[in-house]
Each structure stands twice: as structure tokens, then as C-alpha cells.
Design a protein around this ligand. Structure first.
Ligand SMILES: [Fe+2]
Ligand SMILES: [Fe+2]
Length: 504
């Protein structure tokens, strides 16, 4: 077994921010217990100043175990990344021990709180993952988080290219991604990857009145990984995971429901709107795929004007099966929200046998940034509980897991809280449609599927314009992407599911 103490966000300074007694308490424990290794995921100092680095190098020497330290956004302030290398060590690196490799990456951007693993560094990470692909256990450590975190207020400081990084880690079968930054301990399973945030070890700035903490990671020979958050109060919250190889499943039970999911039609008279592609897709949906329901996840029109709405409505009416749509941020520009209600009506909860579709409005005027809000979150949770015995599908515009090839500009402001509600309530399926690229990913027990653009030329999808076909079986969800012009198919995900639905 390998046992790692994961500390973070010490924020060492001469001022008030730093709680030296919490640091000493945790370091003493780390020294006396049987840890093989300590990893510090950044924000060692508070402002990246020389006096702070001098003190930090003294404080870090108290740790009598092999130690990996990587920089956080606070360390990079005031050109502190130069001092980091002088007083602490390399900004990026690899640590090998037995069956384990830890690759740490600097995700900081000088003078910004947001993160990025961009350009050459991304390439470096990719090369290292290839070089160490033979290792049984792979950990990547960085400062910024990969998926939205709950209880962090305005949730914006994920990596700018989190979608690409997540995609890279999943493709290389990394077992664990560890980070800090938001001072909120959290553990998620994202497909086969465990994403573990450490809380803050010795900064005064904890969230929601929490206390200082660190994470304990245990990696066992039999392929089990456990992550526990240990608070200075002694309180321990532990989760265990089994490392699973990716496998393809074949549904054993009957198919119950078929959804066609599309997004970002952006109907308009601009050259980027591909009307023929859209019409072609409608024909395929009506004649070939024959779904039970067609869902449009936002951005039906490019701009919220009457001319575009009337055109969109005309096209939408050509789709024969039952339909549901939620507004996207483009739909509500100008007088768009009024027009949306007039042409398509306000989205309502739709019940179809054992299936319930819960639309969530996440758009705001004149900005790609989305929000559900505190009342919206409460309503979402209530609905999910009310229909606990149904197969619950949540439909909204904004993506809550990062999308590859996209800079997370139109991110859901409270995505962290929304994701927590969705996963805590074991939502059976989440459908989103922002970012111009497709993605299927399971977080905890919830498959989350984002649709690319069906007919807008300005997308980010190497597969082209597309829509998704989602088949729900008693024991699994199968999602494919259909190329809107050629009809070719690409697998988005096959997920085993457990529900409380009394199928019969
Ligand atoms: Fe921090
Ligand atoms: Fe930070």
C-alpha cells in the first residue's frame, strides 16, 4: 500500500491569513503517521513575496517525508513563480515510486486567479502520460480544479481548458486527479477518474465556516483507492473506489425510451446557419430514428428577433415526434425571451409514463454566463425528490462538465452547486447543449450528455454538425452522436445504471 498525505493552500505569510498552529498540527500528524509521501497542491504562500517564500521554505522543512510541492495562483503573484523555483523547486515534474507515478503541472497564470494547462505544457503533460503509461497507478496533481465545486460562490476558477485536460486524463486512464485552490474538500468520481480536492491546510479563508483539513490517499495493490478528508477536529469523511478497466456493455433488458437531443441550431439568415443540414437532420429524425421525444437544449435562434423566431418555429414544427425545448443565451437576446414564450411557450415539466423531464432555465440577458440561482437550485432538488421513483431527466442549456476545445467562458456560475444536487439526488440523466461540442460523461451515478451544434457552422466539433440519439434501457443508457449531414454514428457513452423506477 502507498499512503499519501495531500495538503494544500497553506497561504504562508507574516499576516493574518496564515494559521501557523493548524499547519503545525497537521505537519506533526503527517510526520508521526505512516505516510510514504506528502503532496502540496499549491498556494504555499499568500502573495508570492520573497519574505513569504523564505518563511515557507523554513516551514516546509518541518515535513520529514518525501515532499512534492506545486505552485498555486497566489504563489505566482508578483512574479512569485521565479521565487518558487529558487526557494521550493520545479514548477512541473514527475515522481516515480514502485507502481506509482505522480505528474505535477503548474496551472497558474501570472496575476490571474483562473487556471490553465495550455500550449506547450499541455503537450508536455501528454508526453509524460505516454511515457509512463505502463505504470499501474497514475496521479496527476495541479492547483486548479477540473470540475465545478460546490460551496464556492461564483464558480469560475476552473482551468480555462478543463475540457481538454479532462479528456486527456480519461484517455490515458489516469486514476486520480488531485488539486486544491477553492479551499473546499470534495471527492467526485468522473468516469474512471477520481477527482479529489483538498481543503485548506492552514489558511483562515475556509468556506461555509469549515475548519482546516487535508486529504489522506491510500492506494492498495488490489486496485482499490481511498480518499479521506481529515479535518483538524478529527472528523474523517472517507470514500473508496475500485479501479475499473473501461469495458463495453451490451444491454440485456429491453429498450424503453429513445431521445433525440440537439442544440445550437442558431436559426437565422446568416451564412453560418446551415439550413439544409438542419432540414436533412429533421428528415432523418422523422423517418429513420423515430424517437419518443426530441429535446432542444437551447440556442434555437442566433439572435432573439421575430424574423428568426418565425423561421425557427416553422422548421421546428416539421419535427413529428413530441418535443421539448429550453432557451439558450442567444434565444433571449433583445426581445428574445418574449418571443420564445410566444412561439414555443415556457418549458414545463413533462411526464411520459415512467419518465419525467425537468427543464431548468439557466440563461441570463446578454451574457453567455449561466446561472440557476439559489431558488432555482432548491426547486431542482425538490423536483428530483418528488419524482424519485421516475426516470428523471434534467434538461438545461449550460454545460456543467467542461467541454473539450472550448474555453470555459459561458460557464454556469453556480455549476458547482448544481452538479452537487444532480449527483447527490442520483439524477438518471442530464442533457445540456452549450459550447459547440459533444460530450458524454458520467459523474458519480449520473450520465451527463452535452450536444454539439446541429446546424451552426461555428462549432468546435471535429465530427461536424451533429445531434445525439439516447436510448434508455432498464439497465443502461446508450448515447450516440449522429453526424447531421452523413448520418454516421459515434459512441458518446454506454453507462450501466441503477434506478428506483418500478419497471414492468
Ligand atoms: Fe488558496
Ligand atoms: Fe488558489
Amino acid at each position: 500500500m502507498i499512503k499519501i498525505a495531500h495538503i494544500s493552500d497553506t497561504h504562508i505569510t507574516s499576516g493574518e491569513a496564515y494559521k501557523g498552529y493548524a499547519y503545525d498540527l497537521i505537519v506533526n500528524e503527517v510526520n508521526t503517521l505512516d505516510y510514504d509521501l506528502v503532496v502540496h497542491t499549491g498556494d504555499v504562500t499568500n502573495e508570492g513575496l520573497r519574505e513569504e517564500y523564505e518563511r515557507a521554505s523554513y516551514e516546509l522543512k518541518k515535513i520529514q517525508k518525501p515532499l512534492i510541492v506545486l505552485p498555486g495562483n497566489h504563489d505566482a503573484r508578483n512574479v512569485g513563480y521565479e521565487l518558487f523555483q529558487k526557494y521550493i523547486g520545479a514548477l512541473n515534474g514527475v515522481y516515480e515510486w514502485k507502481d506509482l507515478v505522480i505528474i505535477w503541472v503548474d496551472s497558474t497564470i501570472p496575476d490571474l486567479n483562473n487556471g490553465r494547462i495550455g500550449g506547450y505544457k499541455f503537450q508536455w503533460l501528454k508526453e509524460k502520460l505516454e511515457e509512463y503509461s505502463h505504470k499501474k497507478f497514475k496521479i496527476v496533481a495541479s492547483h486548479h480544479h477540473l470540475v465545478p465545486l460546490p460551496d464556492t460562490g461564483r464558480e469560475r476558477n476552473v482551468l480555462f481548458n478543463a475540457g481538454d485536460v479532462l479528456d486527456l486524463l480519461l484517455k490515458h486512464e489516469v486514476n486520480l486527479y488531485i488539486c486544491g485552490h477553492k479551499h473546499v474538500p470534495n471527492i467526485y468520481r468522473v468516469e474512471g477518474l477520481v477527482v479529489a480536492n483538498s481543503g485548506c491546510t492552514s489558511c483562515r479563508k475556509t468556506r461555509k465556516g469549515d475548519v482546516n483539513s487535508y486529504n489522506i490517499i491510500k492506494i492498495r495493490e488490489d486496485g482499490k483507492i481511498s480518499v479521506a478528508t481529515k479535518r483538524v477536529t478529527g472528523d474523517i469523511h472517507k470514500r473508496e473506489f475500485k479501479i475499473k478497466k473501461q469495458r463495453i456493455f451490451i444491454p440485456k433488458r429491453r429498450r424503453l425510451f429513445r431521445i433525440i437531443q440537439m442544440s445550437e441550431s442558431n436559426v437565422s439568415d446568416r451564412v453560418y446557419f446551415r439550413e439544409r443540414v438542419f432540414k436533412n437532420a429533421i428528415r432523418a429524425i422523422n423517418e429513420r430514428y423515430k424517437p419518443d421525444l426530441v429535446i432542444h437544449c437551447g440556442d434555437m435562434v442566433d439572435i432573439g428577433i421575430e424574423r428568426y423566431y418565425s423561421k425557427a418555429h416553422e422548421l421546428w414544427e416539421k419535427i413529428k415526434p413530441e418535443k421539448l425545448l429550453v432557451p439558450g443565451h442567444n434565444d433571449i437576446t433583445h426581445l428574445g425571451y418574449e418571443l420564445f414564450r410566444e412561439y414555443f411557450e415556457e418549458p414545463k415539466i413533462l411526464e411520459k409514463g415512467n419518465f419525467i423531464f425537468i427543464p431548468i432555465i439557466s440563461v441570463q440577458y446578454e451574457t453567455p454566463i449561466g446561472v440557476v440561482g439559489r431558488i432555482g437550485q432548491k426547486i431542482l432538488r425538490e423536483h428530483l425528490r418528488e419524482y424519485e421513483e421516475k426516470f428523471r431527466v434534467v434538461v438545461m442549456h449550460h454545460n456543467i462538465t467542461p467541454i473539450p476545445k472550448s474555453r470555459e467562458i459561458g460557464f454556469l456560475e453556480d455549476g458547482g452547486n448544481v452538479l452537487k444536487i444532480l449527483t447527490e439526488e442520483d439524477t438518471n440523466l442530464v442533457l445540456t447543449g452549450h459550447g459547440g461540442n459533444s460530450l458524454g460523461i458520467k459523474v458519480e451515478e449520473t450520465p451527463i450528455i452535452n450536444a454539439g451544434s446541429i446546424s451552426w457552422e461555428l462549432h468546435r466539433n471535429p465530427f461536424g454538425n451533429s445531434f445525439n440519439i439516447i436510448d434508455i434501457y432498464e439497465d443502461m443508457v446508450a448515447a450516440f452522436e449522429i453526424q447531421a449531414t452523413w448520418g454516421s454514428r459515434k459512441l458518446l457513452g454506454l453507462w450501466k445504471i441503477k434506478t428506483k423506477v418500478p419497471w414492468n
